[in-house]
Every structure is written in structure tokens, then in C-alpha cells.
Write a protein that binds this ligand. Structure first.
Ligand code: DC
Length: 226
């Protein structure tokens, strides 16, 4: 018998998923699960090992030799551990983003992480964000939202994010990277980024963060019946 509620939020890079999903989860008292962070942790391992991310065999050979753990700090924030080391900050580096998109296109990587994500939703009320939550990970989620925004709006937000973290970022370069990542995430053969048929679209291009959060909470509290 299903005991917990799940909210699935999917969408392209930079749509504001993590910020909004985190805040919505806090508001609802649910656990926020950032599944991109899990793929990023695999990518960091690949980066550190010097393996070629475009060669599935090299990536797959690392899977059984890495220990990935997700934990929640006293502040309620999700933390990622790789072989016992807290890598929560390192996985946010720009070099990891492209690699995460590459390793996430490998079916064996997705299989490896699937049950881990599902188990979390079986044990908690969750707001889970990613690319395939409503379509593959939690097809029976209670609420499904496809959160999106224009390419320019998303690239601008990504630049601001990086600058705030003290990294340098050039708008045109970031825009191209976001576009490439979209294309790769949307065209991969396994679990591509796409809207679940029963997901409601929320476009945040012209909304402030505050407005987006209100709209998101409204959709979660009063789901649109498809
Ligand atoms: O959300 P993010 O930018 O942290 O995700 C990093 C990459 O991981 C993204 O380019 C695609 C991949 N990803 C995925 O394939 N499936 C998910 N559920 C989450 C992320």
C-alpha cells in the first residue's frame, strides 16, 4: 500500500527546478531529492579517474567500485558523498555539468541509479526533480510538473548562479553549453528529457522566483486533473 506522496518535477537545465523544488519541499515538509546531484557524483568520479566519459565501457567499469551516498544535514540540505567524501560542493563545478549529461546517457548508469531513487520515494514524502522522474522513476507520482523556461532565461540564470559561486562565466559560452546539454538530454535513447503526458507545464521565463514558487505550490496543492 502506498503511504507517501510524491511530486515529480522534470525540465531542462536552468529552469529553476532545484531552487523551486527545494523551497516547495520545505514549505510542504517533504524531502527534496535532487537526482541531478546523483548523476553529478558519478560524473565527478569519472572526472577524477581520468576515464573517457564518451566510452561507456570505461564508465561502467567504475560503477561497482564507487560508493555513492545521499544524506541530509541538520539544515535539511541534501549532501552527496563519494567514497565517504562530502562532494556536495565539488559536483557543482561547471566541468562536472557536461560530464553528468554524458554519463547520464549511458543506460547502465541509469539502471544503476534507478532503484536508489525509487527507494527514497517509497520511504518519504518527496519532491524529486530531474529529467525522467515523471516518465521513468516515479510514473505513478501524485503530481507531475514539467518546469521550463526559454533558453535565454535559463542561460542568464546559470551565469548568475556561477558568478554567485565565485566562478567566471561568459553568457554566450554558457548559452551554447546549456543548448548542447538540452539537445543531449532530449535525444538520448534511454529516458530522454520529455514531458510526461500527464504532467502540467509551468513556464517560468517571465516569472520571478517568488511568482514561480507560488505557481508551483498551487499546482502541487491543487493538481490539475489531466
Ligand atoms: O539537474 P542537473 O543539471 O544537476 O543534472 C545534471 C545532468 O544529469 C543533466 O544534464 C542530465 C542528467 N540527469 C538525468 O539524466 N536524469 C535525471 N533524473 C537528473 C539529471
Amino acid at each position: 500500500m502506498k503511504k507517501f506522496r510524491s511530486v515529480a518535477i522534470d525540465g531542462p537545465a536552468g529552469a529553476g527546478k532545484s531552487t523551486l523544488a527545494r523551497q516547495a519541499a520545505r514549505e510542504l515538509g517533504y524531502l527534496y531529492v535532487d537526482t541531478g546531484a546523483i548523476y553529478r557524483t558519478v560524473a565527478l568520479r569519472v572526472l577524477r579517474s581520468g576515464a573517457d566519459a564518451s566510452d561507456p565501457a570505461q564508465v561502467i567499469s567504475l560503477l561497482d567500485r564507487m560508493e555513492i551516498r545521499m544524506d541530509y544535514g541538520a539544515d535539511g540540505e541534501q549532501r552527496m558523498f563519494l567514497d565517504g567524501e562530502d562532494v556536495t560542493r565539488s559536483i557543482r563545478e561547471n566541468a562536472v555539468s557536461g560530464l553528468a549529461s554524458q554519463v547520464s546517457a549511458i543506460p547502465a548508469v541509469r539502471d544503476f541509479l534507478l532503484e536508489y531513487q525509487r527507494a527514497t520515494a517509497r520511504e518519504h514524502n518527496v519532491v524529486m526533480d530531474g529529467r525522467d522522474i515523471g516518465t521513468v522513476v516515479l510514473p505513478d507520482a501524485d503530481v507531475k510538473i514539467f518546469l521550463t523556461a526559454s533558453l535565454d532565461a535559463r542561460a542568464r540564470r546559470r551565469v548568475n548562479d556561477l558568478v554567485q559561486r565565485g566562478q567566471t562565466a561568459d553568457f554566450e559560452t554558457i548559452r551554447r553549453e546549456v543548448e548542447e546539454r538540452d539537445l543531449r538530454d532530449q535525444t538520448r535513447s534511454v529516458a530522454p528529457l520529455k514531458r510526461a503526458e500527464d504532467a502540467t507545464v509551468l513556464d517560468t521565463s517571465s516569472l520571478t522566483l517568488e511568482e514561480s514558487l507560488l505557481a508551483l505550490l498551487k499546482l502541487i496543492r491543487e493538481p490539475v486533473v489531466p
